[in-house]
Write a protein that binds this ligand. Structure first.
Ligand code: ADP
Ligand code: MG
Length: 560
């Protein structure tokens, strides 16, 4: 393109560059973002439908999980990509509420489009949206209910609410129990008494076969290894466990070390001595009272033989990270020099057993006392079920963690959103003219959550919304969209135990507002031509056809 300055055309952009400016650019971006929001709308809530995602190789993912849908769908429009980022951030920060954050973003943009039509400047809208978002966070804080690790019932309800919206919802009670127990096991208090949860200490093992109901929590760890020697016990009760970082081998003689052997006697002596050293090692272990040895390095054949004669089970070449988990699970200390091993260093597991799972042998270290590392073994009839089970458990674990860390829950089913909308409308009264409009638009946008829940339950959106507004207006803060059959469809959601982490709702609003504002502030989209960019280099980022829906070509059939 060219700009004419004082009669001299100056070329500033390469020829063929696509460019959209002003209203057009904003409108196109809003449209693209709304298409994304619309595509996940129908999956929101307990009656949301599932999506079948098919990639170019024909692999199928069946899911109801917003984050997964957004991850798998190949979008190209830059504004649509920003929506994908919203769901990613939401997932990383909280592990839930991804669909919610995306549809709120879409609705904020839809409401903004109406304001733009009324000639309200984007800056006024974004300012109003920022104020509204801050106020919404305050409203959530004021409306939230205290909950902590000491309320296992609430934690379970939170997990059940989250998992109730997924494919595996029939098994949610059992899965919720597992999630709460797992988080309880690995949660730790820091010096100031604040709870910390590292999800890495919950190992997830996926094995196709049996069914979801066989999914189970193992209070300990599973090693993808076999017991080293056939003569050793394959099962131990009340195992006393030694963890060795060092090898149970003799150090190899150096290349230049000379060994002068002049007679068969000397040879025998030398071998005897080697044997004696290995025997001593085994003796140290036996004297400490260990019945199972887990070794990060190798175990000499002869040492294996002596161990098996003493009835000690041994596993070798264990990953360092698994050694650490073993330590956290069994309470054993990892020993660097075998000589130092004493009874105090040993850990405990109620059961150590080698089992065959499908085609592999694995060593299960179970029934640990107060384990700080646990395993969830996920089962399911088909790979798709196992994967979706894994995703829901992930959500369940995340929301329980969110509550343990932030100590607050809110009432779901659209109840908290109705409170926010109502609070924002009265907040708007305190503002001047145009900003007021933006804050009211924000309030309208937040109501997309109860509206969509109603829509997905096959109910009349407007009717439900009116009922909800009047319920909240008369002080019924827990009124939400009830999906239980033969009941009034507006009900107290706390009574139905539909509770969610306050953190999830706060993050959804924060990231939705941020993304909407970012998109609204863009009034110029300049796309360089792909062909002019060096192969693989930067600059090829913006695809051609960014106007309109050209960029959605990667969406699999059946997505919308
Ligand atoms: P997200 O990806 O945003 O977490 P979900 O599909 O999990 O989307 O749906 C979450 C929404 O469904 C929340 O607003 C939550 O309050 C609502 N919800 C969950 N369970 C119920 C229920 N039993 N009745 C009504 N609403 C529910
Ligand atoms: Mg959810």
């Amino acid at each position: 393109m060219a700009i004419n300055l004082a009669g001299q055309p100056i070329l500033i952009l390469k020829e063929g560059t696509e460019r959209q400016k002003g209203k057009d650019a904003i409108q196109q971006n809003i449209n693209a973002a709304r298409v994304i929001a619309d595509s996940v709308r129908t999956s929101l809530g307990p009656l949301g439908l599932d999506k079948m995602l098919v990639d170019q190789f024909g692999d199928v993912v069946i899911t109801n999980d917003g984050a997964t849908i957004m991850k798998e769908v190949d979008v190209q429009h830059p504004a649509a990509k920003m929506m994908v980022e919203v769901s990613k951030t939401q997932d990383e920060e909280t592990g839930d509420g991804t669909t919610t954050s995306v549809i709120i973003t879409g609705e904020l943009l839809k409401q903004a489009a109406k304001l733009l039509e009324q000639k309200i400047h984007p800056t006024v809208i974004t300012e109003g949206y920022r104020k509204a978002a801050d106020e919404a966070l305050n409203i959530i804080d004021n409306a939230s209910i205290k909950a902590s690790i000491d309320n296992p019932d609430i934690l379970k309800q939170v997990a059940m609410t989250t998992m109730g919206t997924k494919v595996v919802s029939e098994s949610r009670e059992m899965l919720a129990d597992i999630a709460v127990k797992a988080i309880n096991a690995v949660a730790e208090q820091d010096a100031e008494g604040k709870w910390k949860v590292d999800l890495d200490n919950i190992q997830i093992l996926k094995k196709k076969g049996e069914n979801i109901e066989q999914t189970k929590l193992i209070e300990g760890i599973i090693l993808d290894k076999e017991v080293v020697h056939s003569g050793m016990p394959k099962m131990l009760n009340d195992a006393k466990i030694a963890l060795l970082e060092c090898a149970m081998e003799l150090e190899k003689t150096e290349f230049d070390a000379k060994l002068q052997i002049n007679s068969p006697d000397q040879m025998q002596m030398f071998l005897d001595q080697e044997q004696k050293m290995l025997q001593d090692m085994v003796e140290t272990i036996a004297n400490a009272g260990a019945t199972a040895v887990f070794c990060q390095k190798g175990i000499d054949d002869l040492a294996q033989h002596f161990l098996s004669k003493k009835g000690i089970m041994a596993v070798r070449r264990i990953k360092k990270s698994d050694m650490e988990k073993l330590g956290r699970a069994t309470g054993a200390k990892i020993i660097t020099r075998l000589k130092d091993l004493t009874e105090d260093d040993l850990g405990y597991a109620g059961l150590v057993e080698e089992r065959k799972v499908l085609d592999d042998y694995m060593v299960f270290v179970e029934q640990c006392k107060n384990p700080k590392s646990v395993v969830i073994m996920i089962r399911g009839g088909t790979e798709q079920v196992v994967d979706e089970n894994d995703r829901s458990l992930h959500d369940g674990l995340c929301v329980v963690k969110d509550v343990v860390i932030e100590n607050a829950v809110v009432v779901g089913g659209g109840a908290i959103e109705m409170e926010i909308a109502m609070g924002l409308r009265s907040f708007a009264d305190s503002l001047s003219g145009r900003e007021q409009l933006a804050v009211r638009a924000f309030a309208d946008a937040i109501e997309v959550v109860p509206k969509t829940l109603a829509e997905n339950a096959g109910l009349d959106q407007i009717d439900i919304l009116m009922k909800l507004r009047s319920a909240h207006g008369s002080g019924n803060a827990n009124a939400g969209v009830s999906v239980i059959e033969d009941q009034d469809h507006v009900a107290d959601m706390l009574e139905q135990a539909v509770v969610e982490p306050a953190l999830v709702k706060k993050q959804a609003i924060k990231s939705a507002a941020e993304c909407a504002c970012l998109i609204l502030r863009i009034d110029d989209v300049i796309a360089s031509q792909k062909s002019s960019a060096p192969p693989g280099g930067p600059g090829g980022g913006m695809p051609p056809g960014m106007g309109g829906m050209g960029g959605m070509g990667g969406m699999p059939p059946g997505m919308m």
